[in-house]
Design a protein around this ligand. Sequence first.
Ligand SMILES: NC(=O)c1ccc[n+]([C@@H]2O[C@H](COP(=O)([O-])OP(=O)(O)OC[C@H]3O[C@@H](n4cnc5c(N)ncnc54)[C@H](O)[C@@H]3O)[C@@H](O)[C@H]2O)c1
Length: 365
Amino acid sequence: MGQPVNVGVVGCGAISAQYFQTIDRLPQLRLVAVADLDLDRAREAVRPYAGVDVLSVAELMADPRVDVVLNLTVPAAHAEVALQAIAAGKDVYCEKPLAATAADAARVLEAAAAARVRVGCAPDTVLGTGTQTARNAIDDGLIGSPIAATATMMTPGHERWHPNPDFYYVPGGGPLLDMGPYYISSLVTLLGPVASVIGAASRTRPKRTIGSGPRQGEEIPVLVDTHVTGVLVHASGALSTLVMSFDGVATKAPNIEVHGEKGSLVVPDPNRFDGPVLISGPDGWRELPESAGYVGAGRGVGLLDFAATPVDQNVGQQLRAGGSLAFHVLDVMESLLAAAGSGTAVTVTSTCERPRPVALHPSVS
Ligand SMILES: NC(=O)c1ccc[n+]([C@@H]2O[C@H](COP(=O)([O-])OP(=O)(O)OC[C@H]3O[C@@H](n4cnc5c(N)ncnc54)[C@H](O)[C@@H]3O)[C@@H](O)[C@H]2O)c1
């Protein structure tokens, strides 16, 4: 193994601890510096880790040790922070969605291409054994030619547990832009890119109440649709039916099912790395053994995959958790909201390669 890749993190909020744990246990990655608008939050977040510098955002961008900027800010800041990293000549790996709008995401990818740096993006959960084993089953022909999929995410909303849930209810948030990246990245991994969409959306109430933390009881405005449904028409002809909701209470529907001419698959939660993959058969459902994907992965394994992808496969196109897939997923989501608004089908103008499969990879825990 060569030198570890030095990581500088911008944004030390709720999700950062999971990344710090993953980076800490992977010898290929080294956390060298963190930054946040709230420096006290940054200091607190890296307290368990020795030798990590707490810097201003400008200092982190200028730090010659930092090879890749891990952008864990809120969606509305993703593009601005990514552009700062690119201007500093650094690779950048963003939390999802790649930006709050496809136009902002396009500016990020254009700037990265001009600067010849790489853009990676969450979710990396779809590189785990759950989605990858299902993909392997499809590629091996176990369900025949895929015809359709269903994807269901139903929750009353993240304000129940997140102490600062404002970003979930402004543009760049909502159930589709927040959770859609997991489901649509998984559907593109399973069935390939999306060519067009139809949709419908609704919003139940204008305010939400924070359910935990120092701001418990505070009301926040809702500026986005909170129940979004639609059909994704894949370029292959397969049809995926999507339900993404912050308005429902609960569901027993599988997160994702894929139906082929010969059989059906239950695909585990794409917001997790693993979980049982079930296949239908003459005697009912049976579980498939894990056959592909990173075993025992945690958030940040996409950064490992990013760092391990040879640089001569520039720029982003060949990355699994890469800018090209993330841009297409964002474009699909924006097209779906446009379709819901207009009541007509919308052509998705972007496309991407179906990401390369992940072979069964020894435990990264
Ligand atoms: N919370 C989760 O469970 C979760 C899970 C998966 C993905 N994510 C994604 O991770 C990202 C962050 O989510 P979170 O829950 O950690 O949010 P958060 O609000 O808890 O933390 C975001 C942090 O970014 C900082 N920040 C915002 N703008 C900044 C800027 N311009 N420069 C520097 N720092 C800035 C904030 O001060 C804050 O500390 C989002 O894109 C979210 O979709 C969150």
